[in-house]
Design a protein around this ligand. Structure first.
Ligand SMILES: Nc1ncnc2c1ncn2[C@@H]1O[C@H](COP(=O)(O)OP(=O)(O)OP(=O)(O)O)[C@@H](O)[C@H]1O
Ligand SMILES: Cc1cn([C@H]2C[C@H](O)[C@@H](COP(=O)(O)O)O2)c(=O)[nH]c1=O
Length: 209
């Protein structure tokens, strides 16, 4: 049994997850908490390499099942090498995306089936699930516009999918939220960075109190 708290953050592209999580991590550290900030795909050397393969704009021929398996493989390595040891050490682990991304993106938007993608992920995660998930709710057009306006990030292979794909991702997330209502809470991500940060901080503070 792990001693820490595993919290994941989900949502469409540009919803503000990365921006807000950094501030939450900072606030937790200021309080003297053992907070670990990580992301998927990535977070450790092997998974970052897998991330590069998945998101490379030059890999447009990648098969959907290959993509789903690569995400699951990166997840497995990330869990065993970083997330589980941190949880065993009593940390609050803040993870930018996790299995729900696979269910929404590969399961629904790619059309592989939410149950099918859940099945390969059950093998990968072997029972390790977050206690809490915060879903950043924002229309996909707004998130993509934020990314385009920022100019500080190169668009990857998934960002470059058609708008309909991103709408499908949001529909996939709607189904996933319906399936796991006890774990996933929805956050209104349409406000300013400060407004969204305060909403998320209130929720995270309640999880650790
Ligand atoms: N609430 C907000 N209002 C306006 N702009 C925002 C807000 N939150 C984040 N941004 C800006 O939008 C862009 C995307 O934010 P961020 O990278 O945090 O999103 P994300 O959810 O992590 O996206 P992705 O999943 O695609 O990596 C950044 O330029 C960020 O500064
Ligand atoms: C974990 C995970 C991620 N994705 C997608 C979602 C994004 O398009 C990229 C990751 O980029 P980010 O800037 O770090 O959000 O990968 C996915 O399709 N399936 C997954 O399991």
């Amino acid at each position: 049994m792990t001693k820490g708290i595993f919290i994941t953050f989900e949502g469409p592209e540009g919803a503000g997850k990365t921006t807000v999580i950094k501030e939450i991590h900072h606030r937790l550290q200021q309080l003297g908490k053992h907070s670990v900030l990580t992301r998927e795909p990535g977070g450790i050397r092997i998974a970052e390499k897998i991330r590069t393969i998945i998101l490379d704009n030059d890999h447009e021929e990648m098969d959907g099942r290959t993509e789903a398996l690569l995400y699951a493989a990166a997840r497995r390595q990330h869990l065993t090498e970083k997330v589980v040891p941190a949880l065993e050490d009593g940390a609050i682990v803040l993870c930018d995306r996790f299995v729900d991304s696979s269910l929404a993106y590969q399961g629904y938007a790619r059309g592989l089936g939410i149950d099918e993608v859940l099945a390969i992920n059950e093998f990968a995660i072997n029972g390790v699930m977050p206690q809490h998930t915060l879903y950043f709710d924002l229309p996909p057009e707004e998130g993509l516009a934020r990314i385009a306006a920022s100019g500080d990030r190169e668009q990857n292979r998934l960002d470059n999918e058609a708008l309909q794909f991103h709408k499908d991702v949001c529909e996939g997330y709607r189904l996933v939220r319906k399936r796991f209502p006890e774990r996933i809470e929805t956050i209104d991500a349409t406000g300013s960075v400060k407004a969204v940060t305060e909403i998320v901080w209130e929720r995270v503070a309640s999880f650790i109190s």
